[in-house]
Design a protein around this ligand. Structure first.
Ligand code: HEC
Ligand SMILES: [Cu+2]
Length: 358
């Protein structure tokens, strides 16, 4: 027996190990929140730092719900700790059971009615927010765009402008709350279910086969807002990132005017363009103003106006384009663009053509 604890030495050893494991776990618990809290508001995908309607509205109802549930948690924990300490077994207690109470109408009523009231309040406040967001009428000035989820990238279409782009959504900000310029998005999918979620701008909404969903967002300050596909959709689901570029109305119009142009025809890149057009690239990609009309992959008409390729997997540089064309699976294993087995010379030609597409 080990003196004070009543354990054999072997048991005591095991207990020490266990205690060490447990203290490491406790340390981890205390260290983790430090990082967690510093990231909580600064992370580009933090839902605790909304930057647009309807994210503000969602944040308010989330905080209200959290406040109510936290109050319940603290009250119940405090009562529990109090009772456990006050009525713990003490030396010299007799072993008799305390008096048992059966069928107290008062107690039964209180723990039925109070929770019901709390649920009703939470339900009504949430329903009100859902209703106001879903039924917000689009003002005349609103921008309309369509989001189409693909395995594993996003297609953005602006039907009013004849513009198609990928992975980087450009929208205007609304600096003046009296003249809002929200963007209304129709959500559709080309294959399986995806989910569009940019936490600082709006709530999470699924893109589902056979159904059109709608969301809107109205950011106040220019900036890049990040998001991610939030519905497991296959092998590269984790590399299906969203970048929303919220721009001043002037910058947005400038971007839009450039997107409306046909692809640049740089004579210096004619050789590369010929190689591109002779390969299967054109079956999957569109470059407006050329023979490429494919719709399976991203529209490349203004490829170089994007900062990233492959839904945020790589920065958009000539070297990365070459590596990507050579072997897409190296960066996105399981992605739906095949390695075309082209020679290095052809790949370099194609990449030097692609970088002219501003
Ligand atoms: C079978 C269809 C298919 C073929 C053929 C194909 N691609 Fe792709 N391509 C895709 C798909 C799908 C993606 C999106 C991959 C992803 O992000 O998951 C893509 C992505 C790209 C991208 C990145 C675009 C962006 O904005 O993210 C470039 C550049 C590209 N392809 C160039 C080419 C070139 C050049 C060829 C010919 C050598 C080619 N592709 C052949 C389907 C294809
Ligand atoms: Cu997805």
């Amino acid at each position: 027996m080990c003196c004070s604890t009543g354990l054999t030495p072997k048991q005591a050893g095991r207990f020490k190990k266990l205690a060490f494991g447990r203290s490491a776990f406790c340390c981890a618990l205390f260290v983790a929140p430090k990082h967690l809290f510093s990231d909580l508001f600064t992370s580009p995908t933090s839902m605790f730092a909304p930057q647009a309607e309807p994210a503000h509205e969602i944040f308010r109802v989330a905080m209200f719900t959290l406040g109510v549930t936290a109050t319940i948690f603290v009250t119940v924990s405090a009562l529990l700790i109090y009772v456990v300490l006050k009525y713990r077994q003490r030396p010299g207690d007799d072993e008799r059971e305390p008096p048992q109470i059966y069928g107290s109408t008062q107690i039964e009523l209180s723990w039925t009615v109070i929770p019901v009231l709390i649920i009703v309040v939470l339900f009504l406040s949430t329903a009100r927010v859902v209703y106001t967001i879903q039924n917000a009428p689009a003002p005349k000035r609103a921008l309309h765009a369509t989001v189409i989820g693909h395995q594993f990238w996003w297609e953005f279409r602006y039907p009013g402008y004849g513009v198609v782009t990928a992975n980087e959504l450009h929208i205007p900000v609304s600096p003046d709350p009296k003249r809002p310029m929200p963007t209304y998005l129709k959500l559709a999918t080309a294959d399986v279910d995806h989910s569009f979620w940019v936490p600082r701008l709006a709530g999470k909404t699924d893109l589902m086969a056979g159904q059109l969903n709608n969301i809107w967002m109205q950011p106040e300050t220019p900036g890049i807002y990040l998001g991610q596909c939030a519905q497991f959709c296959g092998a590269e689901h984790a590399r299906m990132l969203i970048r929303v570029y919220a721009q001043t109305p002037q910058d947005f119009q400038k971007w839009m005017r450039n997107q409306q142009k046909n692809a640049a025809q740089d004579p210096k890149a004619a050789q590369g363009r010929a190689v591109f057009e002779q390969n299967a690239c054109i079956n999957c990609h569109t470059i407006r103003g050329t023979v490429a009309h494919g719709r399976f992959g991203p529209d490349l008409t203004h490829l170089m106006s994007r900062d990233t390729i492959a839904a945020g997997a790589l920065p958009n540089t000539q070297a990365n384009l070459e590596q990507w064309i050579k072997d897409p699976a190296r960066f996105k294993p399981g992605c739906l663009m095949p390695a075309m087995k082209l020679g290095d010379h052809d790949i370099a030609e194609i990449a030097s053509y692609l970088v002219t597409l501003h």
